[in-house]
Design a protein around this ligand. Sequence first.
Ligand code: ZN
Length: 184
Amino acid sequence: MPDKAVFLDRDKTIILPNGDNYIYRIGDFYIPDSYITALKKLFDNEYKLFVVTNQGRVAKGYMTEEDVTELHEYLNDIYKDHGFQIEEFAYCPHNPMGHVSPYNVVCRCRKPKQGMFYDLIDRYDIDVTKSWMVGDTERDIVPGNLCGLKTILLRTGYYIGPENADYIEDDLASAANRILITKN
Ligand SMILES: [Zn+2]
């Protein structure tokens, strides 16, 4: 039987930056306790959890893929201490505006393209009609909608504009509650 899943943007969705800065590495972010509780509740309700994140600053030379994967392993170490885990962290290191080869290319994974989503949906046999995308920008919502996921836009981000998300919530904690009270 296909699994249900929650696809999660990373920066300003499951972790918040210290100050106004970008998140490059461990030490650049914090995690509210309520976010840990939210993810644990989703996991306990048999949602597979996936992170789907653009990390195009690899292509711009601000950080390496090793930095990205180190951060993801660090997150899962924290989550595992609380009895759950992210099934897989999908990230796009590309940006055609970057200068670091081989990352400075047009790719099929950089959101709002759906490449990372299709790959996970296919490999994990995910039932999109029972699954969700949660993120803080339009480029999270657009691919979520195109893949047939229900979508939640968070007010934690900078994005203000025409809303095409199914729901708008304050943060990850209220998004998790929304998912759990909504009949599939
Ligand atoms: Zn890419």
